[in-house]
Design a protein around this ligand. Structure first.
Ligand code: 3PG
Length: 413
């Protein structure tokens, strides 16, 4: 069963009010400033297509997890401001009627949607403005996939577009229930995500296929690892994930904390995927009592002692992983290989990002995703050299695990 896509509907959307669900859940620092704007940038193409088609755009997005409560710290204001800047629009916010200017504005609409008269207020939208609703998770109905909340949302629009791949693994009201109330389709970003992930999952890929997995939580990644390992020829492990497998193999991993439950999963995976899994032969450690201070040094994995804490893969491992990657026809990467946020432990993730960036779009098909992975690849200046950078974290892992995502199922014809 295929999904309906926006491209074929664009011609019918002139002057129509389009509810555009995006995932603009960006990281915001303590001063309320955006740390990154990858998801905002990724949404621009869709917005521009809708503007060109003459649609009146109403954006719905979430930020953080306010769980149905209004929380000023999770307002979409910095997101709306950044979007306005990217589009070269002006920004304005309102708690009441929509202002009307001669030049295009992104208008953050802060009035609670369940108040009387909102449909009338939103109905006054100028064709050249973009309205952004305040954080959709401020409403209890969103997380509950409430039909009533979807009904309320549907009053403000004629058409619904889902371009929020990274939240399609949640049965939320503005993702699933809304599709029962408005004619709906998938936006170009969602379409590209599905196409790219399907390519790796079931497509006619170039071999060898090398999977790179790092990060911490094995509980979130085990199913994906199992599913992709059926196709992958090699699986290169780094980060906290590698520590678990090293421990499961009987190596001393010093002060790194691991739970019994995680270790049990690693042992099971090791048993079943052993021939494909490649683990670091050396690592970068800190040997001191303090958490992150002290001198970083590379050690063979056999030399790691009780006072060491592992923070990155070592130089020998960078070399051997690079060799594996340079032979690959297809590469899929999720999770950093070390604690790259600290300069001392950045070499593993940065070096491999550069290697994969050097292969992508030419010698190998390169796909990566996950919030931290994207941040690391951006830091290495390699984002545009990958064939596809997924906006999804949990959604990408679930999709690659072979799960059916409710938000995508809901758009099937
Ligand atoms: C994400 O950042 O992966 C999505 O926005 C989903 O956010 P959530 O994990 O809070 O549901």
């Amino acid at each position: 069963m295929s999904i309906k896509t926006l491209q074929t509907e664009l011609k019918n959307l002139k002057d129509k009010r389009v509810l555009l669900r995006l995932d603009l859940n960006e990281e915001i620092d303590a001063r309320g400033k955006l740390v990154d704007n990858f998801r905002i940038e990724s949404a621009l193409l869709t917005i521009r297509k809708l503007v060109k088609a003459g649609a009146k755009i109403i954006i719905a997005s979430h930020l953080g997890r306010p769980e149905g409560k209004w929380d000023k710290a999770l307002s979409l204001k910095p997101i709306a401001e950044c979007l306005a800047e990217c589009l070269k629009y002006k920004f304005v916010e309102t708690e009441d009627s929509l202002p009307s200017y001669k030049i295009p504005h992104v208008i953050l609409f802060k009035k609670p949607l369940n108040k009387r008269g909102v449909a009338k207020l939103l109905g006054d939208q100028s064709a050249h403005d973009i309205v952004m609703l305040e954080n959709i998770r401020f409403y209890e109905g969103e997380d509950n996939n409430s039909p009533e909340f979807a009904e309320l949302l549907s009053k403000f629009a004629d058409y619904y577009v889902n371009d929020a791949f990274s939240v399609t693994h949640h049965p939320a009201s503005s993702i699933v229930a809304i599709t029962k109330r408005l004619p709906s389709s998938a936006g170009p970003l969602l379409e590209k995500e599905i196409k790219s992930l399907d390519h790796v999952l079931n497509g006619n890929i170039r071999k060898p296929f090398v999977l790179v997995m790092g990060g911490i939580k094995i509980e979130d990644k085990a199913k994906t690892l199992r599913n992709l390992s059926r196709r992958a020829d090699k699986v290169l492990l780094g980060g906290g994930l590698a520590n678990l497998f090293l421990c499961a193999q009987g190596y001393d991993i010093g002060k790194n904390n691991i739970s019994k439950a995680s270790l049990a999963i690693a042992k099971e995976l090791l048993l079943n995927l052993k021939s494909k899994l490649i683990l670091p032969a050396d690592v970068v450690v800190l040997s001191s009592k303090s958490a992150t201070k002290g001198k970083a040094q590379a050690k063979k994995i056999t030399d790691v002692g009780i006072t060491d804490q592992i923070f990155d893969i070592g130089p020998q491992t960078i070399l051997s992983y690079s060799k594996e990657l340079k032979q690959a026809g297809t590469i899929c990467w999720n999770g950093p290989l070390g604690y790259f946020e600290d300069k001392k432990f950045r070499a593993g993730t940065m070096s491999l990002a550069k290697v994969v960036g050097g292969l992508g779009k030419r010698k190998a098909y390169a796909l990566a995703g996950g919030g931290e992975t994207v941040a690391a690849i951006r830091l290495a200046g390699q984002l545009e050299h990958f064939d596809h950078i997924s906006t999804g974290g949990g959604a990408m892992l679930e999709y690659l695990a072979g799960e059916k995502l409710p938000g995508i199922e809901a758009l099937k014809k």
